[in-house]
Design a protein around this ligand. Structure first.
Ligand code: F0G
Length: 459
């Protein structure tokens, strides 16, 4: 590969600018690593829209255009991301979009979880129903589109699994090659198999996610490869549409709380950015509280807030069975601290047992999600205990990934093997009533009838 000039990646448009989250420096272009070229911290960039200050978009026209596009047959209108393109970096050509009809995800009522938690107005925004099974698709359609517009042949990411599955799909659809860096042995087979099937060059590195991301940051400065991690601000612009679509589903009446799991902290940052922009544009009159929940074993943001008041990142060595959030050095921590402050949200951590229980409870709703998503329900229980969430308030849990993303976890749970050999082994017995292990029987009517009778007693 030819060496690369790292000065700019050639994306220039008068409608938006890149702004450093640390020093505020504004620029009309970004370098290959999407980091500030002027400040000492070399901090992350975000996309801003100076034109909104000069002439605020007409809100009622926007709302009706977004509704109208639902009825259109064109790919860009049918995408639940590009339908909201008025709040995204503009495209010069609508045909340039790489889309798999992402977004348009359901907002489910969660009546069983509502009874368990005592919060009647409890909802799940199921991002696991995106084309590759996670919220990543909403960001990937935007970032992959801009990668191709910028002339890149190669895209790359470090991943705990979902980003790589999504990137691989969008790269393939867009006719680009893709390079995946994942931690060896620490991601689910389902996610890895997606990247393989979509044709990525997939490298299992003998390190963790944080090691993969560090290496990627160096790689993009040496090779003409466009990085599609959430460090890439175009990704976060696409992920904003989760919140826009959610508010549209609530008829622009904000819920009291939105609760989201936190790993590398891109998603929470994107949702928070969307909420703030919608408030500033007058689409909503007040901000929901956005809270971020982490697994206890991957609690960098929790510790950062408790030990430094959000001033300095405390990295951790991450360990959790919710492998999607097995991240110890979250890249977007400053953005996350900002949105927590701006929306007056909370940040909490939950144990492995609490995650397993919440996942089974969401499964029993007939919805299901992957372990990292269940972190949000486990977190809600904590926030209720602390009085931060009141039972009469409305709460949305962001379910980030599909149940089928991690079948090993689900099987281990129901077979009673999830906590074998861990310090939680004895305490995990409390979860037995939620387990539904498969039952092996002789193929006789009697055997099945007896099983039915037994089951009737416990349901
Ligand atoms: N939930 C799921 C299912 C995820 O895959 C991730 C992150 C998160 C939550 C956390 O989101 O990083 O934006 O705070 N997955 C990454 C990946 C990092 O590589 O797939 P975040």
């Amino acid at each position: 590969m030819p060496p690369l000039s790292t000065s700019a990646i050639g994306i220039r448009h008068p409608a938006y600018r890149f702004r450093c989250v640390a020093c505020g420096h504004l620029s009309d272009h970004a370098s290959q690593d999407f980091r500030c070229s002027t400040c000492e911290d070399k901090d992350l960039l975000e996309i801003t829209y100076p034109q909104w200050q000069e002439s605020c978009p007409d809100i009622s026209r926007l709302k009706s255009a977004w509704q109208q596009r639902r009825l259109s047959q064109s790919a860009i209108d049918r995408s639940g991301v590009w339908r909201f393109r008025d709040l995204l970096p503009p495209l010069t050509n609508a045909d340039s979009v790489i889309t798999l009809r992402e977004g348009n995800t359901p907002l489910y009522e969660l009546p069983r979880c509502a009874r368990i938690t005592g919060v009647p107005r409890l909802f799940g925004k199921h991002q696991g129903l995106n084309p590759t099974g996670s919220f990543k698709d909403t960001g990937m359609t935007v970032a992959a589109t801009f990668a191709r517009l910028a002339g890149f042949r190669w895209v790359a990411c470090a991943s705990t699994g979902n980003t790589s599955a999504s990137m691989a799909a969008y790269a393939a659809r867009g006719g680009m090659r893709s390079l995946v860096l994942v931690p060896d042995g620490k991601i689910s087979w389902s996610k890895l198999s997606q990247a393989l099937d979509y044709g990525s060059v997939t490298c299992q590195l003998r390190t963790d996610f944080d090691g993969c991301l560090r290496l990627l940051q160096e790689l993009v400065l040496r090779a003409p490869v466009y990085q599609l991690n959430s460090i890439n601000p175009f990704r976060l612009e696409g992920q904003k549409t989760l919140a826009i679509e959610l508010l549209e589903q609530f008829d622009w009446q904000p819920p009291d709380h939105i609760i989201v799991p936190g790993g590398n902290l891109g998603n929470s940052s994107a949702i928070g950015k969307a909420l703030i922009e919608m408030r500033d544009l007058g689409l909503i009159s007040r901000l929901p509280k956005l809270s971020i929940i982490q697994a206890e074993g991957a609690n960098a943001l929790v510790r950062t807030l408790r030990e430094t008041g959000g001033k300095r990142l405390i990295s951790v060595h991450a360990e959790t069975r919710a492998t999607a959030v097995r991240i110890g050095n979250p890249a977007s921590w400053k953005k996350a601290v900002h949105v927590l402050e701006a929306t007056a949200g909370a940040c909490e951590q939950v144990s492995e047992i609490e995650i397993a229980q919440a996942k089974a409870e969401i499964g029993a709703e007939g919805i299901g999600c992957e372990p990292a998503s269940a972190v949000a329900l486990a977190g809600l229980k904590k926030l209720l205990q602390q009085g931060f969430v009141k039972p009469e308030e409305s709460v949305v849990l962001v379910l980030t990934g599909n149940l089928l993303k991690d079948p090993d976890y689900t099987m281990d749970f129901h077979r009673g093997a999830l906590f074998n050999g861990t310090p939680d082994e004895i305490a995990a017995a409390a979860l037995n009533p939620l387990r539904r292990p498969p039952i092996v029987l002789d193929a006789t009517l009697d055997a099945v009838l007896r099983t039915l009778e037994e089951a009737e007693k416990i349901l």
